[in-house]
Ligand binder design. Structure first.
Ligand SMILES: Cc1cc2nc3c(=O)[nH]c(=O)nc-3n(C[C@H](O)[C@H](O)[C@H](O)COP(=O)(O)O)c2cc1C
Length: 400
């Protein structure tokens, strides 16, 4: 281990192996992308839902804020075939909420989803250097074309078979998306529950069986998570939820406020908002549609059907109907600028991995007794968690 130098930093010429996860739907603003890249990490612009002109404009906006590399993220998914019965059922289920928010009963016309071809033309034309994919990867011929243009390709896997398929298709890095992760699940082979492996298991598994370097994603919220995934064999991390609370994030203030108030059980997996499973904070819409999930159409049809409901909720600050994507670590979200967070995490990792360049002025002050050295992340754990005594020992009668 040679922190912070890994296959990722070396390939991309970035200072730290920390990627800000692409976050579609507003949170991953150009300001956040640029702030992360300027701080030595790699920002990612979520382009999956953008048509060519919108993608071009968003890239231009990021470039006005940074001259460092950043990634663009696209989806490799073929849209689900419309099922008229499911669309009709979804409209019926969503109608009362539309009425409650004063939206007209008739749904807006379904927009045409952006095509991958038009998006890739923009990527090539604007000489993007890093491209990440979720929901699979495009055909090998496409990938070869992109790589010949000097683009580094990242693919997202949620289990070993997907990682092997991505590697065979030729991606350069594999993002191992653990079940803890916020946002849509990247699973593209098998059933959703087969792609819910935690990163503690997923990272070493993929690192053992595929040659492409692994980027760990899911529940990583600070230097502890970054250091742990380095030890598990990752070449870097991709963090989404940890950046949601930043002032540069485009998440609605009411959404931000719920993140750190939540806990790991505040999130659930739901397909009510988009037609694909994703990890999200529970709210009224998610809770009430839960038992009808099997009746809803697939991605992106359901995403379109909920679009103006989510939009109206944002305008009114009503979290009941927003898409509150969040990972299981959301309770650790902090309202601090991205550069400050990254600097703190880097210090934590250096302390935890014992790789900090010694500061000559602090050498004399080093603690004599190592056992009393402070935890670099949680300086006073004893203040909150008194040591267990014999009286606290579990009652054997209560053992399950
Ligand atoms: C608000 C939000 C939106 C997301 N949108 C995308 C996206 O557009 N494309 C993508 O590949 N991943 C997306 N993700 C998933 C991330 O790439 C990543 O897997 C996840 O954030 C890692 O888990 P964490 O949120 O616990 O850090 C999103 C995640 C969040 C929280």
């Amino acid at each position: 281990m040679n922190w912070p130098n890994t296959a990722l930093t070396e390939r991309l010429g970035i200072s730290y192996p920390i990627i800000q996860a692409p976050m579609a739907g507003g949170p991953g603003s150009p300001q956040l992308v640029a702030a992360v890249s300027n701080a030595g990490g790699l920002g990612s612009l979520a382009g999956g839902y953008l048509h060519a002109d919108q993608l071009r404009a968003a890239i231009t906006e990021v470039r006005a804020l940074t001259d460092r590399p950043f990634a663009v993220n696209l989806t490799a998914l073929k849209p689900a075939k419309p099922d008229p019965a499911k669309v009709a059922r979804a409209c019926e289920l969503l109608a009362p909420y539309r009425a409650e928010l004063g939206l007209p009963p008739e749904f807006p016309e379904m927009p045409e989803p952006p095509g991958l071809d038009e998006q890739l033309d923009v990527i090539l034309d604007m000489q993007i250097s890093v491209l990440s994919f979720v929901f699979g990867a495009p055909d090998s011929e496409y990938l070869t074309l992109l790589q010949e243009a000097g683009i580094t390709i990242l693919g997202t896997a949620t289990h070993l078979l997907e990682a092997i398929m991505l590697e065979e298709s030729g991606v350069d890095f594999i993002v191992a998306q653990g079940g803890e992760a916020g946002g849509l699940r990247g699973t593209f082979v098998g059933q959703p529950e087969q792609g819910l492996v935690g990163i503690m298991t997923l990272v070493p598994l993929l690192a053992k069986h595929v040659a492409a370097p692994i980027i760990a994603a899911g529940g990583i919220m600070d230097g502890r998570g970054i250091a742990a995934t380095q030890v598990l064999g990752a070449a870097g991390v991709q963090m989404g939820t940890a950046f949601l609370g930043c002032p540069e994030s485009g998440a609605h203030p009411a959404y931000k406020a719920l993140l750190s108030a939540g806990s790991e059980i505040a999130t659930t997996l739901s397909r009510a908002l988009t037609g694909r499973h994703g990890r999200v904070l529970r709210n009224r819409l998610v809770n009430e549609l839960h038992r009808h999930e099997a009746e809803l159409p697939g991605f992106p049809l359901q995403l379109f059907l909920t679009q103006d409901l989510r939009q109206a909720a944002m305008e009114r600050g009503l979290t009941d109907f927003m898409a509150l994507w969040a990972g299981q670590g959301c309770h650790l979200c902090e309202d601090r600028p991205a550069a400050e967070l990254i600097a703190t995490w880097v210090e934590q990792v250096e302390d935890l991995l014992g790789v900090r360049t010694p500061d000559p002025s602090s050498a004399i002050a080093a603690p004599a007794d190592e056992s009393h050295a402070a935890d670099p992340v949680d300086p006073a754990p004893a203040a909150r968690a008194p040591e267990a005594t014999v009286d606290d020992a579990p009652d054997p009668a209560c053992a399950i």
